[in-house]
Structures are given as structure tokens and as C-alpha cells.
Design a protein around this ligand. Structure first.
Ligand code: ZN
Ligand code: ZN
Length: 344
């Protein structure tokens, strides 16, 4: 098969690669039709994160058509249109049995190669995954939209673990891809106040299009104050942080009310500065949100019904053979580029 292989840090080859094979009876061979480039692929391709050690085929946000199934596969057959969890969880460990599959002790993320394991991903014509991580794609959803199920599920998981109540005021810090998907998901469930924070005006416009009540630049103290003013100066009940760095986390802390919660999704910086006293003396709950656990059916519905408008975040769909060039443009942080989907 053809695959986009990361052969050395920041170096790609679109090359022939051995076809993946069905090895276990519950394996499914998928002909990949769309695979989206994730920020973690772009950050990781230069070797800086230690999670994309070459050689590896990256790609964990994808959709395709089943080409063949192992002998014990029951719910799926050749020709079925499917997407899949980015986490290959074992289904047997203590955490999997509790339904916390995102915390699986034996988890492998597709398209990741690190010290512990190497698992090729979806920037290729074919991929084999176990049937337990598969989901059928609704009829009205195309492959590009279905490839967006993974980041949508990541956003939905953050909402799912947050103690949201009817009428809560909400702030989302960071209007990148996850922030924009999260705003659409929160808007599908709440008619209330949802404020977006981002220093980039273009992204704030996108956030308002996605359903945010209003967008503010948190680096401007007057704007931060104006945003908090919308809550009667109390602060937001629920704040989401979708960047993962000191400045946006401090924005989240400045915006949250006493006794409120901050759900942390972004993890760009391994270490941040945290104003500890503000957390402790105001009794703020900090919640870490990892990957997804059970949110695929929900987001596939939201994508199929248009409540998540995936076209609003997809900047381009291009042939897989042109993948290296798109990676370069994303790595260079070309303005206005959000999601790029590659089609093998
Ligand atoms: Zn991703
Ligand atoms: Zn497990």
C-alpha cells in the first residue's frame, strides 16, 4: 500500500509500505478514505514530544470502509463505513472494565511511537484495528466529517466529565480546533452564556460563528473584565481550557468563580505556573480530561445532524500524496489553517 511515512524528524516519504494484516480474529481491515492531521502530529513530527519516533505512520483521526474482517467479527462486514477510537484499548484491564477505556493500562494510541510502543496509524491506504474500537458512520455523514469524530469526541469528553448544570455560565479559553468543536457541542446543550477567550481576533470570530455568545481577548485586561461582567462580576461557573500553557490557564483562573471548575484539555506545555492560592482559597476544582470514553455515538449524531458543523473547521481536504506539504504549512503555523484532512 501507499503510506505517508515519517522517516526521520520532520521528514516524510510517500512510499510503498507493507500492507497491514489481520492477525487476531476480532481484527478489521479498513480502507482509509479520510484522515485528519492533528495538532499533536504537527507538534510531534520534529521529535520534540518523544511520541512520534520515526519511522512511523501517524494519523489517529480517520474514517474509511471495511475491506475484510477477522473470523470472530460480528457487528461489521466488508463495505461498512466506519470510524474508530484513536485509542486502541485492551478491553480487559481494570480500567477498561470500569468503562474508563481512555485510561486503559495497555492503551496504544494509533499513529504514535514512543518508548513503550509503536503503533502505525491512518495516513495510509489501509489500517487494521480491533472491532471493539469501531463505530458505524451515520448515512448522512461523509468520510471527511466522520474523521472529525475523534477531535469532537475529545471535546465532548471534557464536557461529559464537567459537573455542568442547566443555566451554568461557561467560558472556553482557546478557540483552536478543540475549542471551536467544544463551543458547538456546549451550544447544542445550553442556550446560556458561553464566552470564548483567544488573543486572535479571527479565531474569536470563528468562535462566535460556532455559537459563542461573545469573544474576548484575555491579554487585554479591559476585555477580561468585560467578559466577567457578563456573569454579574461573579465569574464563570464552568471554564474549559483548550490550550495547555501558563497564560491561558491563568486566564481560566481569572475567569472562574469561587467554587467553580476548570476542565483542562490542552497539554502543550509539560509544566506551567499555577497561582496556587487562587485555586485553594477560592476552592476551584481542576479537572484533567483525557481522550474519549463513550462519546463517539453522541458526536456522530451531532455531526450527522449538523449541530457540529465540521465544514466550518476543515480548511482543506487534499490527497495523501500531498501530505508532507500540508504538514509543513501547519508546522509553520500558517494563519487561518485549522483542520486539514488527507485522502488516501
Ligand atoms: Zn488528535
Ligand atoms: Zn484496558
Amino acid at each position: 500500500m501507499k503510506a505517508l511515512v515519517l522517516t526521520a524528524p520532520s521528514t516524510f516519504e510517500y512510499a510503498d509500505y507493507p500492507d497491514p494484516e489481520i492477525r487476531n480474529p476480532d481484527d478489521v481491515l479498513i480502507r482509509i478514505r479520510a484522515a485528519a492531521i492533528c495538532g499533536s502530529d504537527v507538534h510531534g513530527m520534529d521529535g520534540s514530544t518523544g511520541r512520534r519516533k520515526p519511522p512511523v505512520i501517524m494519523g489517529h483521526e480517520a474514517a474509511g470502509e471495511i475491506a475484510a474482517v477477522g473470523r470472530s467479527v460480528t457487528g461489521f462486514k466488508p463495505g461498512d463505513r466506519v470510524t474508530f477510537d484513536s485509542t486502541e484499548y485492551c478491553g480487559e484491564c481494570e480500567f477498561c472494565r470500569r468503562g474508563e477505556v481512555n485510561l486503559c493500562s495497555n492503551r496504544k494510541v494509533l499513529g504514535v511511537s514512543c518508548d513503550e510502543y509503536r503503533r502505525d496509524g491512518a495516513f495510509a491506504e489501509f489500517l487494521v484495528v480491533p472491532q471493539r474500537i469501531l463505530y458505524h458512520i451515520p448515512k448522512s455523514l461523509d468520510f471527511v466529517g466522520a474523521a472529525l469524530a475523534e477531535p469532537s469526541a475529545v471535546a465532548a469528553h471534557a464536557a461529559a466529565i464537567t459537573p455542568l448544570k442547566m443555566g451554568d455560565t461557561i467560558a472556553v479559553v482557546g478557540s483552536g480546533l478543540i475549542g471551536l468543536l467544544l463551543i458547538q457541542i456546549l451550544r447544542a446543550f445550553s442556550p446560556g452564556l458561553i464566552v470564548a477567550f483567544d488573543p486572535d481576533r479571527e479565531r474569536l470570530k470563528a468562535a462566535e460563528k460556532a455559537g459563542a455568545t461573545a469573544g474576548f481577548d484575555p491579554s487585554n485586561p479591559a476585555e477580561l473584565e468585560a467578559a466577567i461582567g457578563l456573569t454579574g462580576k461573579r465569574g464563570f461557573d464552568r471554564v474549559f481550557e483548550a490550550v495547555g500553557a501558563t497564560a491561558p490557564i491563568q486566564t481560566a483562573l481569572a475567569a472562574v468563580r469561587k467554587g467553580g471548575s476548570i476542565t483542562l484539555i490542552g497539554n502543550v506545555s509539560p509544566m506551567i505556573q499555577l497561582p496556587l492560592q487562587s485555586v485553594v482559597t477560592r476552592q476551584i476544582s481542576l479537572l484533567g480530561s483525557c481522550a474519549t470514553a463513550g462519546e463517539y455515538p453522541l458526536v456522530l449524531d451531532l455531526l450527522a445532524s449538523g449541530k457540529i458543523d465540521y465544514a466550518s473547521v476543515v480548511s482543506a481536504a487534499a490527497p495523501l500524496s500531498e501530505g508532507a506539504g500540508w504538514f509543513r504549512r501547519l508546522y509553520a503555523r500558517e494563519k487561518g489553517l485549522l483542520k486539514v484532512v488527507l485522502e488516501p
